[in-house]
Design a protein around this ligand. Structure first.
Ligand code: FA5
Length: 332
């Protein structure tokens, strides 16, 4: 075996080349690395040119080591170049090499979906949808509805009052019923409207009570409207929303603006669940709006779409509707 050792300079060149290649972090750096180490006037070429001055045995060994180094550097360079090309495809913060993902698409809020379903059921029965103010005058929220100041029925609705420079008695409406008075004031019979919208009550929340929630009000006024019309309309509504075979129950209830007043429940797995309040429009309310109560009669109702959606979709807590949690919202 020859005593001649492989040239140190091949090993030094390998070390220098590999370390420079590892720190080349851009295409420009890679190119200057290629020129420095593998180029025609580069360091490897210079080393090969120097072989001629070596003894024949040494030249063989150093030559073989230098050729091996060239092969290695070529393949290291190719690998780095391939990596650089694929990372060049990353444009700014957009990585176009990532696999495609379905874009998130928004949808209608579950309350809106329920409101639209309810109002559509009534639209198909000839009711028109209208909206009214959420900030309301005491006059419409209470007085016109037969609930004058000091009337104990005011305690039924815990009221959020609003400071106003222009008006004395302004509040966030506690129900959509003030629209009964507003609609009657501005229209002549026949009237058939449904009024969806937000209501506010100063009350603590629990699984079935929110301090803000939606209602859908209904009002029909004409000559000859009877309690049978109220029952027939609400029966048909319950069938459309809860299914054709749904059983319905009416019981007496008290609201100052209707006489007689009722609540309507539906049969839900053998239990009666109350879903709305209703009644024949009180003659005083008709008179307050300038109608002759000996000529006109009407019925009105008010329901909570969130409570109806809870029943239909087996939602156990009303607070989910307004907590803005996508895990809930995306289920609709
Ligand atoms: C009223 O608000 C009457 N204005 C309804 C009415 C209209 C009666 C026309 C007669 C004629 P009540 O306070 O019961 O009634 O509310 C009606 C519906 O609103 C309830 O059945 C319920 O579905 C919903 N609701 C009431 N309070 C809340 C609350 N805190 N959170 C969620 N929903 C509520």
């Amino acid at each position: 075996m020859s005593e001649v050792q492989p040239s140190e300079s091949v090993e030094q060149l390998r070390e220098a080349a590999v370390s420079a290649l590892n720190s080349a972090d851009s295409s420009e750096h890679l190119e200057s690395w290629r020129v420095e180490f593998l180029g025609r006037k580069g360091r490897l070429t210079a080393l090969l040119r120097g072989l001629g001055s070596l003894e024949i045995e040494e030249r063989k060994i150093v030559g073989a080591a230098a050729n091996l180094l060239r092969a290695d550097l070529d393949s290291f360079y190719e690998e780095r170049e391939r990596q650089a090309k694929s990372s060049n495809a990353v444009v700014g913060s957009l990585d176009v090499t990532l696999p495609g993902r379905k874009p998130a698409v928004g949808g209608l809020h579950p309350s809106t979906q329920m409101i639209r379903e309810i109002t559509q059921a009534f639209n198909e029965m000839g009711f028109q949808t209208i909206e009214g103010p959420e900030i309301e005058l005491e006059k419409y929220n209470f007085d016109m509805l037969n609930i004058p100041a000091g009337h104990p029925a005011r305690d039924q609705w815990d009221t959020i009052w609003v400071d106003s420079e222009k008006y004395d008695d302004v509040l966030l409406r506690t129900h959509t019923s003030p629209m009964q008075a507003r609609v009657m004031e501005n229209n002549t019979p026949p009237i058939r409207v449904v009024v969806p919208g937000k209501c506010y009550r100063y009350e603590s929340t629990d699984s079935t009570h929110e301090w803000h929630f939606n209602q859908v009000e209904g009002l029909a006024v004409d000559t000859g409207i009877t309690f049978a019309d109220l029952k027939g309309t609400l029966y048909e509504f319950a069938r459309r929303i809860f299914g054709q075979s749904r059983k319905v129950r009416f019981r007496c209830d008290y609201f100052p603006f209707v006489e007689p007043g009722v609540d309507m429940s539906i049969d839900w797995n053998g239990r009666w669940i109350e879903i709305l309040g209703a009644g024949m429009v009180h003659p005083q309310v008709l008179e307050n709006s300038g109608y002759d109560s000996s000529k006109y009669t009407g019925f009105a109702f008010g329901m909570g779409p969130e409570r109806i959606s809870m029943l239909r979709n087996e939602i156990t807590d009303i607070r989910h509707f307004f907590s803005n949690d996508l895990r809930f919202l995306t289920q609709f």
